[in-house]
Design a protein around this ligand. Structure first.
Ligand code: ADP
Ligand code: MG
Length: 702
């Protein structure tokens, strides 16, 4: 098979050579022709207008002039000489200045010949000049090759000193485009190109680097973004397909007595439409014979627990055991308490397993699990331990998935040695759709996008520290009404001494403002022993304490409907998704709830945007989108490990529609030709193998 020219080492490109090749590798990671080809411009400057010297203003970022040099002179002290040239068009004259390489320019620039000049005007001592303009002799430039839009590439200091500034890189790309003519063959299925009126591949690469106009640039960009996202989706969806076809899943063919009895007799409220839809989706998946790997997304308070529980009943109806794994003991305990109510009514056996379970208890529990007499196990990551063996585990529910590592999930997968259990991962951290489609593309996603009725949206207010006394008197009023209050301090890393001190200082001043016996306080933070934490927590749960002072250990999951105020101290130190999670702790009861964001006077722009966003909306997905825009996808939890975010041209924030289309088309292609074996898909398949092998399928659970 012949070597693809695009895989040639970059040093062989005319104008590169060993020295520059080395720099290109080190500075920009460009090793091959293909790497350079996909080193896309980060912006363009418009060279379609030619300005008049008499009309120049310093606020025009780039200008283009056509005219002649009428005189040149070296000026300044001997060691700091600069070249000043007078440049004239039919409207006036302006100075051009060269500080670096002045002698060389003096020798090579030609007087009285027509130049096309490109540069940035600058005001120096009241007079306008153009430092270091780019100069092209009109007679020597082929007008047909000149693009009205000039690509700008990011370069580095080192590259620039070796002639590879943006312009130098542009020159290499022109050379590359000309030698690779005929090799940039179509890799998308022809049908797809036609149907979506995509610009052909070679034309797209030509126009992205040397645009033939705005319209062509737009189409080239669209096409290349589509190509990138399409192949990533092919990769992800292909992996998903492999999983489905290579594993036989447990088939939960019947919905039986437990599910039905619960639905008819014990369900404490009517399910929301979103909950009903999701239960249906999951039921269909469980009955399909495939192994389920599903992400259940739903904003805080959207009622994921009851959905999970009903799904668990389906597993039990099919004679399987099930478990729920939660990230903290507090949460596990809370699930246990609420689920036990139902399981007792249904005559099912449920148990709790956490790090603090006693040895004797554990022994009994292990035995019951292995005999199959225990139907539901609820716990923390203690569940993952090898000693915990099930007779026939059919379904694993993982709550608040972002706290668990992939390895832990893999262990759960192995707890049924015959066939892997179905897995339902629940998360209250809404993941923007674009990210879900790439990062979790291999998982199926169900979304509860509706809150139970009667919830009053939490009112969110931003207050500066100087209004603290007002905030305190507001808290007193709420306590008088019988409500409870959270006051949360940031503790990003639980070992940070400073944070701990802030919390303790805060606690003291709160204790002074809310004295005994009228006010009962409790405190929960990460440096406490689990038992103490639990004790304090319980005082709040039982409404023995009015105010809980805490670090963000309470971020996840607790449900105390009587709590109506969430005060977040140093709110600017929290990320948007954390703020939203914290706010979700209130607004669960019938009365109006409040979230008060306390910050210092000085806020960064990001900080301001975060506070404004929180005050404006309660919609977790909207918040997640803003978060993505502020932080960029690379910063979101868990995303660093994934090659899918290493995008060369597409942007997950801006290109949602292209992504959706790419995904749909990739899906359609795979369902018509699952292994891409058809002759007309040969090029697509080859390109996928050659260029997208690196995309890691990290979302896989096994
Ligand atoms: P999350 O999705 O944050 O885990 P939960 O499952 O804890 O939310 O539910 C929050 C609260 O809403 C619980 O008290 C639960 O009983 C209640 N709830 C759930 N679904 C409904 C519904 N359809 N109607 C009324 N209340 C509901
Ligand atoms: Mg929950």
């Amino acid at each position: 098979m012949h070597q693809n020219i695009l895989d040639s080492p970059i040093q062989f490109l005319k104008g590169v050579g060993p020295k520059r090749a080395d720099l290109l590798k080190k500075e920009l990671g460009i090793h091959t022709y293909y790497h350079l080809l996909t080193f896309f411009p980060f912006r363009y400057v418009d060279r379609s207008t030619i300005h008049k010297i008499s009309e120049l203003r310093s606020d025009i970022p780039f200008i283009q002039l056509k005219g002649r040099i009428v005189s040149m002179a070296m000026v300044g002290k001997p060691r700091a000489k600069r070249l000043v040239a007078k440049f004239k068009d039919d409207s006036g004259t302006i100075d051009l200045v060269w500080f670096r390489g002045a002698r060389w320019f003096e020798r090579s620039l030609k007087k009285d010949e027509e130049y096309l000049l490109f540069g940035k005007p600058n005001i120096y001592k009241g007079a306008m000049s153009i430092p270091h303009p780019e100069m092209d002799l009109v007679a020597e430039t082929d007008a047909s090759l000149r693009s009205p839009l000039q690509a700008v590439y990011s370069s580095t200091e080192k590259l620039s000193t070796h002639g590879l500034n943006s312009r130098g890189i542009g020159r290499l790309l022109k050379e590359l485009l000309s030698v690779s003519k005929g090799f940039l063959t179509e890799v998308l299925p022809i049908e797809l190109v036609k149907k979506n009126a995509l610009l052909p591949r070679e034309e797209s690469f030509a126009n992205i680097h040397t645009p033939g106009g705005n319209e062509l640039l737009k189409r080239a960009m669209y096409r290349l973004k589509f190509e990138e996202l399409f192949f990533i989706q092919l990769r992800i969806l292909g992996a998903r397909q492999t999983r489905i076809t290579s594993f036989q899943g447990l088939s939960f063919s019947q919905v039986g007595d437990y599910f039905n009895a619960f639905y008819k007799e014990f369900l404490p409220f009517e399910l929301t439409d979103a909950q009903k839809r999701v239960v249906k989706e999951i039921r269909a998946d469980l009955g399909s014979g495939n192994q389920m790997n599903r992400l259940l997304q739903g904003d805080v308070g959207s009622g994921k627990t009851i959905v999970a529980f009903m799904i668990m009943l389906i597993a039990i109806d099919n004679q399987f055991q099930t478990c729920i794994m939660a990230p903290t003991a507090i949460l596990a305990n809370q699930h246990f308490v609420s689920i036990r109510e139902f399981t007792e009514a249904l005559g099912l056996k449920v148990a709790l397993l956490t790090g603090s379970s006693k040895t004797a208890e554990r022994k009994k529990l292990h035995q019951a699990l292995e005999e199959g007499s225990l139907d539901v196990l609820i716990g923390t990551h203690a569940l993952v331990e090898d000693k915990v063996k099930f007779k026939n585990l059919g379904l694993v529910v993982i709550d608040e998935q972002h706290r668990f590592g992939v390895a832990q999930r893999a262990k759960l997968w192995k707890k049924n040695p015959v066939k892997p259990p179905h897995i339902l991962v629940m998360t209250a951290t809404p993941i923007p759709r674009t990210l879900a489609m790439t990062l979790y593309g291999e998982l199926d996603v169900s979304v509860i996008d509706e809150l139970p009725p009667g919830r009053k949206p939490v009112k969110t207010i931003h207050r500066f520290d100087r209004s603290r006394l007002k905030v305190f008197s507001f808290i007193k009023e709420e306590v008088k009404k019988g409500h409870q209050v959270y006051i949360v301090y940031p503790l990003i890393k639980e070992s940070e001494k400073l944070d701990y001190k802030d919390l303790m200082d805060g606690y003291e001043s709160i204790a002074r403002a809310f004295p005994l016996p009228d006010y009962q306080l409790c405190i929960v933070h990460g440096q406490m022993k689990p038992a103490d934490k639990d004790y304090e927590m319980q005082r709040f749960v039982k409404n023995e304490a009015h105010i809980m002072v805490a670090t963000n250990v309470i971020e996840v999951g607790v449900d105390i409907p009587n709590a109506s105020v969430m005060v977040i101290e140093s709110a600017e130190r929290f990320g948007l998704s954390q703020l939203h999670q914290l706010r979700g702790r209130v607004g669960r009861g019938a009365d109006q709830s409040f979230c008060i964001l306390m910050t210092g006077e000085k806020l960064s722009n990001d900080g301001k945007l975060r506070m404004e966003t929180m005050a404006r909306t309660n919609d977790g997905f909207e918040i997640a989108d803003v978060d993505l825009k502020i932080r960029g996808p690379g910063d979101l939890e868990g995303t660093q490990q994934s090659g899918v975010l290493d995008l060369k041209i597409a942007d997950l924030v801006r290109d949602i529609q292209v992504l959706q289309l790419a995904r749909d088309q990739a899906d359609a292609l795979l369902s018509s030709d699952p292994d891409l074996k058809a002759a007309e898909n040969a090029k697509t398949s080859k390109h996928l193998e050659e260029r997208y092998r690196h995309i890691k399928d990290w979302s896989r659970i096994s």
